[in-house]
Structure formats: C-alpha cells, structure tokens
Design a protein around this ligand. Structure first.
Ligand code: R1P
Ligand code: URA
Length: 288
C-alpha cells in the first residue's frame, strides 16, 4: 500500500520527488539565503526585486498549508523570499523543513511587523533585534484543578542573533532609510497576539494587566513585541552542525502601544519595500 508520507519519526516527505509536508518543497527549491515574512502580500512585494535564475520566470510555490516560496537571484546570489504566516509553530515548521531541503550553510533574515513598547520608538521606522526574549502564557496557572503555579506568564532569558549578519542588516537599513529611521534594541516574542502581549480582552481571563511592566522591568531596552523572532534565533542556535544556520531579524514598527499611534498604509509599504531590499542586500553580501 502506498503511504501518504514517509519518515514519520524524522522530517517526513511525501511523493516523488519527496516533498516536505508543510512547505511543499523538495531539495534545492529554496535557497541557502532566505528572507522570511508574515504574509503573502509582503512576499510578493519583495519577490519583485528577485531576478529569475535562468531565462524562465521566478520559482514560485504555494503550499496547501499556507507557505509561499519565491526563489531567484539577488545581487548575483541565489535567494528566496518565503511567507510563513504567524507564530512560533509556523517558524518551527519553516526552519526545520527548509533545513531538510537545503544543502550547506543557511542564513535567514526575518522582515516582520511589530508593536512598540517605548513611546520614543516611532511607527514607520524599522527595528532590529539585538536580542530576543520569549513571553509565554503559563497554562498551568490557569488550570484550577492543578496546584497553584506562581506566575500567569513566563519571561525567558535573551537569545541572540548572528552578530555579523545583524551588523550587516543594521548598516544596510541605515544606508537605505537613514539612521533616524532605524532602531536597535531588545525584541519580545509572544506566544499570542492577545494575552501574552498584554492586550485587554473582556471575553477571557488573562491576568495580564501587569505583564508589560514586568517585561520592561526585566528588559528595560525592550522596544518591539511580535511573534516569531525568538524562535528564529533559538532554532538557528540549535541547528547542527553549530553555526550552520545564521539569523537576524528586523520589523516595521506598525503600532506604538504607549501612545496608540498606528502606521499609515503608505509608510508601511515604503518601509517594507525599502527595508526589505536592504535586508536582501545584506543577505546577498554575507559570506556563507
Ligand atoms: C500579528 O499581527 C503578526 O504580525 C507580526 C507578528 O509577529 C505576527 O506574526 O509579524 P508579521 O507581520 O511578520 O506577521
Ligand atoms: N504584530 C504583533 O505581534 N503585535 C503588534 O502589536 C503588532 C504587530
């Protein structure tokens, strides 16, 4: 009998040639240098800066699990732009399955969006993460049948980007957008857009009214809050052999949490497109 996939205790593949289950890709279809973004429109925007590899068109594959991959050339190097959706789980799917179909060292840069935790960090600017900590809902705390668990949320220690790639990302962004449009600081990755980002939702018991101030007490330099960067840094550092996956992350500041200011459509598209191009340049120039 023909199975729907093979290798269930490893990284499973289906069909011939074997395609990883969620990205839908097979060997070589994604490049060693990758920009990851959260949605298809941003991927499509950045794909315009890629050149086709041969005389044909760009490689493009949309998987039925929501991943969208473009592969082409940028600055003479093979480069992919991938839309992965949102959250820790999607970054996990992406990095593990991409790793399975790419030979040799990888470099991954995220271009996301975020909320800002400091009044002085302007919407429309791009923020680069010089470290990331994870905020998770402590599910046991909310279970009335289990013994009392101290805190409703856990705040992890910092995980760092690749220092060379991070510096190149900062320089490329400053060159493309001007130094006043680029912020550097600690990123906070949360496992929800809502409870673990300190948003108030009267329909749920979240016990999160002190969360943001606790985060800022532990990380006074925390400037951004989003949902994927920590996983990217953590898995890049866990990838074997050590040093074989390098990572950095930048985000467009879309909302200022203390002031309530939200970015305009035009400023967002400008930052995505100019920022994205700068990140592609930094990736293409990296010696892998
Ligand atoms: C939530 O709206 C999403 O936006 C941010 C968060 O990390 C989360 O994925 O990033 P993206 O715009 O890259 O998806
Ligand atoms: N993405 C997030 O995860 N949080 C925000 O506040 C804005 C974008």
């Amino acid at each position: 009998k023909k199975s729907v996939y093979e290798g269930t205790n490893a990284v499973p593949r289906s069909g011939t040639p074997g395609r990883v289950l969620h990205l839908g890709l097979t060997d070589g279809e994604i490049a060693n240098r990758v920009i990851v973004v959260g949605h298809h429109t941003r991927a499509e925007l950045l794909s315009q800066f890629l050149q086709p590899e041969d005389s044909g068109s760009l490689f493009k594959l949309a998987s039925d699990r929501g991943f969208l991959t473009y592969t082409g050339k940028f600055g003479g190097e093979r480069l992919s732009v991938v839309s992965i959706g949102m959250g820790l789980a999607m970054m996990d799917f992406f990095l593990r399955e991409a790793r399975a179909v790419v030979a040799g060292p990888m470099a991954v840069v995220r271009l996301g969006t975020c909320g800002c935790l400091q009044e002085s960090v302007k919407v429309g600017n791009v923020s680069v993460a010089d470290g990331s900590a994870l905020v998770q809902r402590n599910y046991s705390h909310f279970d009335s049948s289990s013994p009392a668990h101290a805190q409703p949320y856990t705040i992890s220690e910092l995980c760092l980007p690749d220092s060379e790639l991070n510096s190149s990302v900062v320089s490329a962004l400053q060159k493309a957008m001007g130094s006043d449009k680029v912020n550097e600081g600690t990123n906070i990755t949360a496992d929800s857009f809502y409870s673990s980002q300190g948003r108030f939702d009267p329909s749920f018991n979240d016990e999160n009214d002190r969360l943001i101030s606790e985060v800022l007490k532990k990380y006074p330099k925390a400037i951004t809050m989003e949902m994927e960067t920590f996983q990217l840094f953590h898995l890049a550092r866990s990838c074997l052999p050590k040093g074989s996956m390098r990572a950095a992350a930048a985000v467009v500041n879309v909302a200022n949490r203390p002031t309530g200011e939200v970015v305009g459509e035009e400023a967002l598209r400008f930052a995505e497109s100019e920022g994205g191009k700068a990140l592609m340049k930094a990736l293409a120039e990296l010696r892998l």
